[in-house]
Design a protein around this ligand. Structure first.
Ligand SMILES: CC(C)(COP(=O)(O)OP(=O)(O)OC[C@H]1O[C@@H](n2cnc3c(N)ncnc32)[C@H](O)[C@@H]1OP(=O)(O)O)[C@@H](O)C(=O)NCCC(=O)NCCS
Length: 187
């Protein structure tokens, strides 16, 4: 049977060009296509199978996250699936933000536009104290999105990988934004 978990706690977020609505099980085909694309996965993982994406999607629909107003949002431009944004709980008052878009949508500021809306929701509505993000240091586009939404670079972490991706030797780029910094930038 197909699991269905209707979204409860996360509102629809709207930007100039995007409608960000909670991820649902019905988005699975779009998620599979995204994670099967080597260009999308270049700084994340090897391209993933449909079974793998299905398991991950189940975890992404965690109702406990939803109840906190956190989780995954799908971005639609004129009704077309652009990609997704996450804001997931990492501890008391702490969230992690991230994004993954189809290559056809890259380079138009859409990742930044959606990330700002999710970040504002996290601080303004959920009441988070701190939001962190990380990416491979060689992922310059993702680093640029972090910087454009105001995240401050906090360091590089070197990790051990069984099957490292090209560029892994440069480490993971870490960034964060505190509630105080967000307030200072938005008020
Ligand atoms: C990272 C990603 C979301 C960016 O999406 P996007 O819609 O192109 O992002 P935006 O247009 O909002 O901003 C991208 C910024 O990166 C910059 N950029 C892109 N490629 C770059 C590169 N190779 N070197 C330097 N800067 C780069 C752009 O110039 C832009 O900055 P600017 O507006 O100051 O010019 C998209 O590339 C993606 O989905 N990649 C695959 C998944 C992924 O890697 N996710 C992040 C994992 S942590």
């Amino acid at each position: 049977m197909t699991p269905r978990r209707p979204p409860r706690g996360r509102p629809v977020l709207e930007t100039d060009r995007l409608v960000l609505r909670p991820l649902t099980w019905d988005d699975l085909p779009d998620l599979e296509a995204l994670d099967a694309d080597p260009e999308v996965m270049r700084f994340l993982d090897r391209p993933r199978t449909a079974d793998d994406v299905r398991d991950r999607t189940f975890a992404r629909l965690d109702p406990a996250h939803d109840a906190m107003g956190l989780g995954y949002w799908v971005g639609l431009e004129h009704g077309r699936f652009v990609g997704w944004w996450l804001l997931t709980p990492e501890g008391p008052g702490l969230g992690e933000i991230g994004w993954r878009l189809h290559p056809w949508a890259w380079g138009r500021g859409l990742a930044t536009e959606g990330a700002r809306a999710v970040l504002d929701h996290g601080f303004g509505t959920v009441g988070l104290d701190r939001v962190v993000a990380e990416t491979m240091a060689v992922n310059l586009a993702s680093r640029a999105v972090m910087a454009k939404i105001g995240l401050r670079h906090t360091g590089i972490e070197h990790r051990e990988w069984d099957d490292p991706l090209p560029g892994a030797e440069e480490g993971e780029w870490l960034a964060e934004l505190t509630r105080e910094e967000w307030l200072a930038a938005t008020t």
